[in-house]
Design a protein around this ligand. Structure first.
Ligand SMILES: Nc1ncnc2c1ncn2[C@@H]1O[C@H](COP(=O)(O)OP(=O)(O)OP(=O)(O)O)[C@@H](O)[C@H]1O
Length: 622
């Protein structure tokens, strides 16, 4: 079976039982609105206040305009009855009302434009603020959370909120405006004929109920499809990105990726279409019911006018008021359910903001030692990654002495990188403790602890930024101090790479932005390595930092590393024994367990697992 054939099975299996959100949940979502308003108010008080004032003004206008229309109509009828209709232009009262109507129309247009502008400005500001809050919150959270797919779904839904919330903002404000207009129009209607109000309510309720039902279903659909939408985004990225283009072409993945995308995208489309069609059908039916209500009311008004109970002006006023009220009530009721639906989405945003980091500093943290004296002690440390049952490392006990260079050796998956993640508190041990100068790492301030350690991971990030910034990543506060950046580049031997770049330290790296230059793997590695030299760390950790360097470059880099880190502790992870043997001691890991610990010579003399790995590699070179 080809991979493309696999895809349908995988996707069908995933979504067998979509859970539904209940009506109660829908209503509960309204409790998010005050919080939402507070956020908007805090975004910009002046804009929010002006917006509210303009909307208040705008909400009185429809009634005023209908009333003016009635007055004009009544004057015309009086003129007509008196046989003076040919002198209509000599009636100052008529002109006054026409001028008022014109003034109101101009005002209505100005207010509408002002409101649209304020909505857009406020929306953009709100969008910026929420995106910033989202980034800040994401930075507070820790690695275990990022590796959890449920967390990712939440993040994804929260991310979508930032752009769509702008719609909610104008929806709610329009709603408030609509309600006030409705009260005005309703008061007018009550004054002339209270029965019309009852008729109005009966004609719009079915449409409201159907809107509420369909909005709820729409939310359920989009909630249940979050993982697939995330997958769609991923497939879109893999299918059309500079980073994947090479492998997509070489392995001929394009058809596989597009067919998988197509399958998911169309499944989502069909699910959406089904719902949208049903919604349109029922919506159409119930709206027709509303129209019937309107014409019954219209007939009633005409009847009263013919009987002479109402004037022709009142007829136009009432028919106009009733129709506007019907449209408005229907809109307000259906917007209520849209607001409820969007407020449910809002829950995702607030939920995301409320996720607490699992790894944090204690309230009263211990000061980080200015100079490490005893070093780091691993006491029976074991660790399982979240949502796994396998021990990634088990019962590890050793001391990394102050000033010592320790190498970690072991086959792929042996647990080397995991130990570094534990040392830097990206994770906390599942069992056991890690001590720094006699105290648990958890007692120290997290930021200060991480500043103490300079780490270059094997999957370091190639930031699509300029060279200076790429180096300054090691100590971002010093990004505007060129001498420090140049010095770090000299220490890692990146200066030779930079010399050849057209824009030197200002050279944009990567292909994503204009004038960017792509570097070779080894060149990138030297740039990344200078990050370790940027900070005055007491412990430097290099996780396979030279895997992409040629033999000569690797030799030079390590000679320098040894000289430059004299008196500092260092942990090196490498599969090259030429590098490993430079360390004071070597810890050998096998399937998460610590199997040997000693100097290169001691371990060779032991003739154990290390000697076996060493000889295996040496044989390859012979
Ligand atoms: N984020 C993770 N979630 C779950 N399991 C993980 C995660 N990272 C690593 N593991 C598992 O933990 C074990 C140890 O992985 P680790 O990355 O520490 O190995 P390593 O010795 O650094 O390997 P390599 O030489 O390939 O870099 C492996 O079995 C791996 O599958």
């Amino acid at each position: 079976m080809s991979l493309a054939e696999f895809a349908p099975k995988m996707s069908r299996r995933r979504r067998s039982n979509p859970p539904k959100t209940s009506f109660k949940e829908n209503l509960k979502a309204f409790k998010n609105l005050p919080k939402f308003f507070r956020l908007i108010w805090e975004t910009n008080k002046t804009l929010t206040f002006t917006n509210i004032v303009l909307r208040l003004l705008a909400s009185g206008l429809p009634l005023a305009m209908l009333y003016v229309g009635k007055m004009i109509m009544d004057i015309i009828v009086v003129l007509y009855k008196a046989g003076n209709i040919q002198h209509w232009h000599q009636t100052p009262e008529l002109w006054q009302w026409i001028l008022v109507e014109l003034g109101l129309a101009v005002l209505a247009d100005l207010l509408k434009r002002g409101i649209t502008l304020l909505d857009a400005l406020l929306g953009d500001l709100f969008n910026n603020e929420t995106s910033i809050k989202l980034m800040e919150q994401a930075a507070r959270l820790d690695l275990p959370q990022f590796e959890d797919s449920e967390f990712y779904d939440k993040l994804e839904r929260a991310r979508r909120q930032t752009t769509t919330r702008v719609v909610l903002l104008s929806l709610i404000l329009s709603q408030a405006q609509g309600i006030i207009t409705m009260l005005f129009l309703g008061a007018g209607l009550m004054f002339f004929n209270p029965w019309l109000i009852l008729l109005l309510v009966i004609s719009v309720i079915p449409a409201f109920l159907s809107e509420t039902y369909f909005n709820r279903s729409k939310y359920s659909l989009s909630l249940n499809w979050t993982p697939e939408r995330r997958e769609l985004d991923y497939l879109r990225y893999v299918g059309a990105s500079d980073e994947t283009a090479k492998e997509v072409k070489i392995f001929g993945l394009s058809d596989f990726l597009t067919s998988r995308f197509k399958l998911l995208a169309y499944e989502y489309y069909y699910a959406n279409r089904k719902l949208a069609t049903r919604r349109a059908m029922w919506g159409g039916l119930f709206n027709a019911l509303g129209s019937v209500g309107y014409y019954v009311a219209y007939a009633l008004i005409v009847f009263q006018t013919v009987q002479g109970t109402l004037s022709i002006g009142t007829l136009t006023f009432l028919a106009g008021s009733f129709n506007r009220l019907r449209e408005l009530t229907q809109k307000i009721l259906s917007d209520f359910s849209s607001i409820a639906q969007q407020a449910l989405y809002l829950q995702d945003l607030f939920d995301f903001f409320e996720i607490k980091p699992l790894i944090f500093s204690p309230d009263q943290s211990r000061p980080i030692p200015k100079k490490i004296l005893e070093g780091f002690v691993f006491e029976n440390v074991s660790f399982k990654y979240p949502n796994t049952n396998k021990w990634a490392v088990k019962n590890i006990s050793f001391t990394l002495k102050a000033g010592e260079k320790l190498a970690l050796v072991g086959e792929n998956g042996a647990g080397k990188t995991t130990l570094i993640k534990l040392l830097t508190r990206l994770y906390d041990p599942t069992e056991g403790h890690i001590l720094l100068d006699g105290y648990d790492l958890k007692e120290y301030d997290l930021t200060a602890l991480r500043q103490l350690i300079g780490v270059i991971f094997q999957d370091y990030v190639k930031f699509q930024m300029n060279v200076s910034e790429n180096i300054a990543i090691g100590k971002i506060d010093e990004r505007d101090e060129p001498p420090k950046i140049v010095h770090a580049a000299e220490q890692s031997l990146a200066d030779k790479v930079i010399e050849k770049l057209p824009d030197g330290y200002g050279q944009m790296l990567g292909r994503r932005f204009a004038n960017g230059v792509e570097l070779s793997g080894g060149e990138w590695q030297k740039i990344a390595l200078s990050r370790a030299y940027m900070r005055d760390a007491q412990l430097i950790v290099l996780d396979e930092p030279t895997s992409a360097l040629d033999a000569r470059a690797e030799y030079e880099v390590f000679q320098r590393f040894a000289a430059l880190t004299q008196g500092k502790s260092a942990v090196l992870i490498s599969h090259r024994f030429s590098t490993v043997r430079m360390a004071d001691r070597i810890m050998v890991l096998k399937q998460g367990q610590q199997v040997e610990l000693g100097s290169h010579e001691e371990l060779l003399a032991q003739d154990g697992y290390y000697a076996e790995l060493f000889n295996l590699q040496a044989k390859g070179y012979r």
